[in-house]
Design a protein around this ligand. Structure first.
Ligand SMILES: [Zn+2]
Length: 329
């Protein structure tokens, strides 16, 4: 991976490249922004450039260090990720032990801490000492989707760069360039909210499975089939809360698109542009008033799930309310 492989984030990339080429990268950086936005990729390319042994245009892609990076075998590139739900003190201690030794291949080390806000207080305090008094030549790149959860003392030791979602059109074009179909790229770019990682996940063969389940909910309700509805309830019952939340999000996107159609908005603004036929068929059964009610029902379910309400009862209530609403004349 090279700098030119990164889509968007132009200003941040420009700044990082300038700092790297002039040898002025601070020893601790914090890259923040929503998950799936490309922070890890930016961090990896910066790491590759920092470790590259070429005298110009780093990363060169061909030196011993770059080859190690492309194979994922660079001994001087360290990545720390949550072990379970947190980054633990033992992981930070192991890291400190490792960096006390001389680098193996390159002249320095780079360590990415992915999900830095998930460090336990002990781990955070321990890494803070290392940031204050670095051992050896090492650059720390902290990645965080939720910087409010980081200790302010850690933030103050780092140079912070904020990453924003991409404009959907830019992301869609980049996905097309990677060989995805134009329509799928457009849908993934819109539904992902401009997040490359999320869009790529949606383009996996099963990437839109949760959207299909959201479609099933509305199909079941419009067919007024109680059996379909109970089958759906049984399915949801077996799912994890975070997956049910994804289905609920897709319900919101579908309702939002139906609202656009029912109120006669420009079809160009639809999120699910690959579902225009389905949306048009569904739209017959919906009025603006009904759609606003449905959006409220879905939002209530989303909040209940976030507040740790019983997932089974919440999803059953959601299904029954949507069913009743569709039946209403
Ligand atoms: Zn190189």
């Amino acid at each position: 991976m090279k700098w030119i492989d990164i889509v968007g984030h132009v200003e941040n990339i420009k700044m990082l490249r300038q700092m790297e080429s002039s040898g002025r990268v601070p020893h601790a950086l914090l890259l923040t922004g929503p998950s799936g936005i490309g922070k890890f990729m930016v961090g990896s390319v910066l790491a590759t450039a920092l470790l590259c042994m070429s005298s110009e245009s780093r990363p060169c892609g061909s030196c011993q260090s770059c080859v190690h990076m492309s194979r994922g075998t660079h001994p001087d590139f360290l990545t720390i990720r949550p072990d379970g739900t947190t980054i633990k003190i033992e992981q930070i201690r192991a890291l400190q032990h490792e960096v006390a030794l001389a680098p193996y291949v390159s002249l320095k080390r780079v360590c990415i801490i992915d999900g830095a806000e998930l460090m336990t207080t002990q781990a955070a305090n321990s890494i803070l000492k290392t940031l204050e008094e670095p051992i050896g030549d090492i650059v720390f790149i902290l990645l965080s989707a939720n910087r409010q959860l980081l200790l302010t003392t850690i933030i103050s030791r780092c140079m912070m760069l904020v990453f924003q979602p991409l404009i959907p059109a830019v992301l869609a074009e980049a996905l097309c360039d990677r060989g995805f179909l134009a329509e799928s790229s457009e849908v993934a770019a819109r539904l992902s909210g401009g997040r490359m990682g999320k869009a790529l996940a949606m383009l996996e063969p099963d990437g839109l499975i949760f959207r299909n389940q959201a479609i099933d909910i509305f199909d079941g309700a419009s067919k007024a089939s109680m059996t379909t509805l109970w089958d759906m309830a049984t399915q949801l019952e077996k799912m994890e809360r975070k997956d049910i939340l994804q289905i609920v999000s897709y319900c919101t996107y579908l309702l939002r698109d139906l609202l656009m159609i029912v109120t006669g908005q420009d079809r160009e603004l639809l999120f699910n542009i690959d579902l225009v036929d389905w949306l048009n068929r569904q739209a017959y059964g919906w009025s603006e008033k009904k759609l606003l009610k449905a959006l409220k029902i879905v939002e209530t379910a989303r909040q209940a799930l976030h507040a740790n309400a019983n997932a089974r009862l919440t999803s059953e209530a959601l299904l029954i309310k949507i069913y009743d609403l569709v039946k209403e004349v």
